[in-house]
Design a protein around this ligand. Sequence first.
Ligand code: GSH
Length: 322
Amino acid sequence: MAVEICVKAAVGAPHVLGDCPFSQRALLTLEEKDVSYKMHLIDFSNKPQWLLDANPEGKVPVIKFEEDGKWVADSDVIVDLLEKKYPDPSLATPTQFSSVGSKIFSTFVTFLKSKDASDGSEQALVDELKVFDEHLKAHGTYVNGENICAVDLSLAPKLYHMEVALGHFKGWTTPETFTNLLNYMKLLFSRKSFEKTKAAKEYIIAGWEPKNKWVSSKINSSVHGTKKEAVTWFQEWRNVQEVMIDKGHGERRLLTNRWSKPSPGWVKINTNAAIFEEMNSVGLGCVARGDMGEFLMARASQYRGCLTPREDEALSFKQAIC
Ligand SMILES: N[C@@H](CCC(=O)N[C@@H](CS)C(=O)NCC(=O)O)C(=O)O
């Protein structure tokens, strides 16, 4: 095969196409230009060494053309190369339109991550979408009129992520007044190339989940979502409990740090403090258990401001005994 491309595999499903909008952009370009290619799905939890050798940043997409024999990274570079090597059909964007819609993705991400409904991040996204909607109204179905171009193929996956992630995490939908934008998204998302290269919604949601942990814990998630979150937390907890110790001669053994009961007649209280620097807040928690290991009580609280870890630990002790 003349062209090989590495793209992200779905998290937890290494044989399924994943949720990288930059990978999808490169795939869309190949599809729209009708170039045949061999696709390698990269499992981010186990990146192959050859990928890291080719691109030490470990990012995808990367592409290799047989005639050049080397991997090339970055979707901007990849799209330019594809335009040069396969000029027909042309997807080139006229220079005056090359930055149309370029702030939509970053404003969407800021809004998605926002924990403060009054910080203006939703309005900033709506403003960007409005400008874009007006552009479409003035210039045609796509960014450059009747024919699809490279900017459309860059925006399509990002708008799809916006629709899926904001719908899921914030119950947000694109304002109905943006009729040109809504029509544009419908057209793009129903193209054969898009259908073939898009990630399943569940993987898009899973991909944004870590950036949304705090937000998602504040809203009622589905039973499936809650269960998935519980499994992740349990796994994280177990990873902390279990440490591999090196017994020498290459032999390793799993050592499990288990909770131990207090002495008879005593109560044991475990406390913890977690610092959320970006949110300028600290979470405190404590659990009390009796000498049979029975649960007695638990308490959790949150306060604004960041102290030192020692001070936060001290606060969690205070909460536990007060
Ligand atoms: N500027 C790059 C961005 C590519 C990028 O950030 N890819 C992400 C996946 S969507 C990645 O590979 N991240 C590496 C990682 O998370 O380990 C492009 O346009 O190709």
